[in-house]
Ligand binder design. Sequence first.
Ligand SMILES: [Zn+2]
Length: 197
Amino acid sequence: MVQDPQDARYGEMPQNALDTAGADHLVSIDAMAPLLSALARDHVEGGVPPGGKRGMGSGCPPGAPSPFACPDCGGVLWQPPAGEPLRFECRTGHGFASDSLARVQEERAEEALWAAIRSLEETAAMARRLERRAHEGGSRRTGQRFGERAREHEARAAMLRRLVGAPPPTLPAPGSEPRASPARAARRNGVRRAARG
Ligand SMILES: [Zn+2]
């Protein structure tokens, strides 16, 4: 819920909120309190839909805290007392049956692995680029250092790819990447030598 920027004394504040997060309700300041209480009433009267959310701020879920975090908000998930059907809920009101929690956890784990693979491959690609630059600029040792770093990241990424059962990445064709022209490389060397001497 966001105050209508037209209605606000400093319109850019609600406008920023609106631009950043969007809003389900755009209302004047006068309409805010009645709308809030109406929404709260709906939540309580509506109860909890299966697999849905309880009303906000409705206290601790029944049972005891579990070792699991809510995949939606990161809060502690509570599990019901022994003997009741296994269902997890956080304080915010996100609820999961045990099999749907397991499924979401698997999806998140896979997403995290892919994010790690992407990050490692990008880091390796950058190191390869710096390695090439260094060699072109005549800095052999710097080039070797970047080459080692690239190999490390490539090896880790390859290991994770095997773990998720994914094929190796498709590499760009040799020479498809823009390289510095010999003239530009020479100019760079000239500058570097001048700066050093
Ligand atoms: Zn939650």
